[in-house]
Design a binder for this molecule. Structure first.
Ligand SMILES: [Zn+2]
Length: 180
């Protein structure tokens, strides 16, 4: 019993002392908030009719395309599709310069091949429409036409096809989530 009380006290002290752990509350809130669907197209000025549905297309190394490539001139602003917590502002070999945001419903939003980052930092809460970065060709997109690779993953890291989740009608509006 004392052991349990001590543990609770420890958790409370740690939560107050370390800002990173305070984000746990934000994470819990985000995971419990239903996603607002559809999502706006996360590249400024791109319309739904311009989108190419390339989910599942073959990629190098026996990979399948787990996302959507949204083509736009290099340097076009990338706008967060959702509110969320910026988890990663970094690089990897395939994605180049990437930003990963945890959004409502516990969905991960992955933005890749950025030419440069927006004014965002890890641990920052962003609103839908916040500039996360700019369209580019970094990572394995080097030398291809500039595009945003946009991926959506469940909390358990299962890739979801973003194409049917995106819509023009979502731009700048608080469209309520569909009833499920
Ligand atoms: Zn892609």
């Amino acid at each position: 019993m004392w052991y349990l009380a001590g543990l609770v006290l420890l958790v409370v002290v740690f939560t107050i002392s370390f800002p990173a752990l305070r984000r746990l509350r934000v994470i819990v809130r985000l995971v419990r908030t239903p996603p607002v669907l559809p999502y706006p197209i996360p590249v400024e000025g791109v319309q739904q009719r311009q989108l190419i549905h390339s989910w599942g297309a073959a990629r190098s190394g026996n990979r399948r395309h787990q996302g959507i490539d949204i083509f736009a001139p290099c340097g076009t602003p990338i706008l967060s599709a959702t509110q969320g917590l910026v988890f990663t502002v970094g690089t990897n070999s395939l994605g180049g310069q990437i930003v990963r945001v945890l959004g409502p419903g516990g969905y991960w939003h992955y933005y890749a091949h950025l030419s440069r980052y927006g004014d965002v930092q890890e641990g920052q809460l962003v609103a839908a429409g916040t500039v996360l970065g700019y369209v580019g060709d970094t990572g394995n997109a080097k030398g291809t036409p500039c595009h945003l690779h946009y991926g959506v993953y469940t909390w358990g890291n299962q890739a979801v096809d973003p194409y049917p989740l995106l819509s023009d009608s979502a731009h700048g509006r608080g469209v309520p989530p569909p009833a499920r």
